[in-house]
Design a protein around this ligand. Structure first.
Ligand code: SF4
Length: 355
């Protein structure tokens, strides 16, 4: 266990010490596999109660490209097509508490659902019964009873912690995003732990947080993991400025900052998968593997990454080359990591489907 001071020191190393840090992190690999999940991305709505300063996904309800709700026939047709392509993960990612917006609520009621989570449950259940895919949902912050309901039909779930800094709630990043209150996000991750839900979380790097706040955020995840042991994967995602967003002129984190973050995350979480999204880092993806990352995340042969639509996922063949050039092997995984394929971490229906 590293102290906060040690983490801060490691997050500032220079010169040869950077190489040593990378080597230490790399040495913690249990094998030479770099994993990925063959998934299909299902953005059920792009309406969101938050307005993060770096978001390109969210739309106003009256925008020409707003999706109030993807209709069930469209969702299920996409999942059935993904089944044909051999995808294993149905990734339901969408705006938080969209049904607090009247137009979305009305659209859901027309479909016969009282709210977005009821609709999500219905789609996950159909996915399980009609296809070979396993649902993994990222619906934003949730109450414990909501997590409990969704656990029945999800192999794993996710929520980025992003950062523990309440200070960011006063900045362009999160000042219009009540759902980005770190207390609420920590509560959701902890409740998922109490319910034994295999969980993916992570940090967003370069949105105005300090190095000290990065260290505090990692330590908070470590504390949660020590208590509940349900965190299977940690994503280290770099902020990317994009035209038209509020934080368009905000600088992105340097490659060196990202390398240090990835290595320090692996040092602190040797038992977890560490992922840097390859679609946001096409030119630098390999260096993160050398820094200790061991997962490429979800790769879809079928759908675009709608949260970062300008950044298409690299083809699987390209990822295989990037992986094998370094002497690693590309290995497909399910949305739930092998260590969590156990009766106490999965509902009966999910466990039976996998085993
Ligand atoms: S980043 Fe996520 S939570 Fe923030 S506004 Fe966009 S969709 Fe909503």
């Amino acid at each position: 266990m590293l102290s906060k001071d040690e983490l801060i020191s490691l997050l500032g190393v220079q010169g040869n010490d950077v190489l040593q840090l990378m080597m230490k992190a790399n040495a913690l690999r249990s094998d030479h596999n770099i994993t990925y999940s063959k998934n299909v991305f299902l953005p059920l709505t792009n309406i969101c109660r938050n307005e993060c300063g770096y978001c390109t996904f969210r739309r106003e309800v009256d925008a020409p490209d707003a999706t109030l709700t993807m209709p069930p026939h469209e969702v299920m047709a996409t999942i059935h097509q993904a089944d044909v392509y051999g995808c294993k993960e149905a990734l339901f990612t969408f705006g938080e508490q969209a049904d607090a917006t009247r137009e979305v609520k009305d659209a859901l009621e027309r479909l016969g659902f009282e709210g977005m989570l009821e609709y999500l449950y219905y789609l996950c259940e159909r996915t399980l019964h009609e296809t070979g895919l396993l649902p993994h949902s990222n619906p934003g912050i949730l109450k414990k009873d909501e997590l409990k309901m969704l656990r029945e039909v999800n192999a794993s779930m996710g929520l980025m912690l992003e950062n523990t800094s309440t200070r960011l709630m006063e900045t362009a990043a999160h000042q219009k995003s009540p759902g980005k209150d770190p207390k609420l996000r920590i509560k959701t991750i902890e409740n998922a732990g109490k319910l034994k839900i295999p969980f993916t979380t992570g940090l967003l790097i370069g949105v105005g947080e300090t190095v000290e706040e990065r260290a505090e955020s990692l330590l908070e995840l470590r504390r949660i993991q020590n208590e509940y042991g349900h965190i299977q994967e940690i994503i280290i995602q770099n902020f990317k400025p994009k035209t038209g967003i509020e934080m368009e002129k905000h600088p992105e984190p340097s490659l060196l900052e990202m390398i240090r973050m990835v290595s320090v995350t692996k040092l602190l979480f040797p038992e977890c998968g560490v992922q840097v999204p390859p679609n946001l880092n096409r030119d630098t993806a390999q260096i993160f593997l050398l820094a200790g990352a061991d997962d490429w995340g979800g790769i879809s042969p079928l759908t675009r990454d709608y949260v970062n639509p300008e950044a298409p996922w690299p083809e699987l063949d390209e990822l295989r080359i990037l992986t094998e050039e370094l002497g690693f092997q590309l290995k497909e995984r399910l949305p739930v990591y092998p260590e969590y394929i156990k009766k106490d971490f999965l509902s009966d229906v999910i466990f039976k489907k996998i085993s």
